[in-house]
Design a protein around this ligand. Structure first.
Ligand code: ZN
Length: 169
C-alpha cells in the first residue's frame, strides 16, 4: 500500500479491526519511510453478473447512468442520484453475496427511485420490466396510488388511498 503522504510503496499494519458488522476490515497502517499513519478499508468486492455470464465490479456510476434517462426533466439533482446509488449499493451489500445478478441491481433501484420521483420510477420500471401495454402502466399506477411510498414526497399531495372515491369533480 502506497503511503498517501510521501508515496513510499511500503507500509506495515499496526492495527486491524472489523467494522460495519464485520462487512469491512479497517487497517491502521504506518509508513515505513516517513512514519505517517493512515487507515485502509477492506470490503468484499461486489461483482455484478450480466446475463451473458460476464461479471464486472459494482459501480455506483453505472447505477446513476442507468436511471439518468428516466430522471430527465424531473426535479432530481446529482445529490439525489448519488444518494440513490448509495442506497442501491447498501441494499446489495446487505445480501451478503459476493456476486449479484444484474437483474437484482434493477430491482434494488426500484424502491429508492420510487421514493425519489414517481414519474422517473414509472419510466424506469416500464423499461426494466418491459411494459408492453397501457394495462401494464395502469396496473403500476394503481399500485402507486394504492401505496404511496414516502411520507414526505415532494410532488404527490394526494396521500389518501381512498382518494378515488371523492375525486369526481
Ligand atoms: Zn510515508
Amino acid at each position: 500500500m502506497i503511503c498517501p503522504f510521501c508515496r513510499h510503496d511500503d507500509s506495515r499494519v499496526v492495527d486491524s479491526r472489523p467494522a460495519e458488522d464485520g462487512a469491512q476490515i479497517r487497517r491502521r497502517r504506518e509508513c515505513t519511510e516517513c512514519g505517517a499513519r493512515f487507515t485502509t478499508q477492506e470490503t468484499t468486492l461486489l461483482n455484478i453478473v450480466k446475463r451473458s455470464g460476464a461479471s464486472e465490479p459494482f459501480s455506483r456510476e453505472k447505477v446513476i447512468a442507468g436511471v439518468t434517462k428516466a430522471c430527465q426533466g424531473r426535479p432530481v439533482n446529482d445529490d439525489d442520484l448519488a444518494l440513490l446509488a448509495m442506497r442501491v449499493e447498501e441494499t446489495l451489500r446487505a445480501t451478503g453475496q459476493a456476486e449479484i445478478e444484474a437483474q437484482e441491481v434493477g430491482l434494488a433501484i426500484l424502491a429508492p427511485l420510487r421514493e425519489l420521483d414517481e414519474v422517473a420510477y414509472l419510466r424506469f420500471a416500464s423499461v426494466y420490466r418491459s411494459f408492453s401495454s397501457l394495462e401494464d402502466f395502469e396496473g403500476e399506477i394503481a399500485l402507486l396510488r394504492a401505496a404511496p411510498s414516502t411520507p414526505a414526497s415532494k410532488n404527490s399531495p394526494e396521500k389518501s388511498t381512498t382518494a378515488v372515491t371523492s375525486s369526481a369533480k
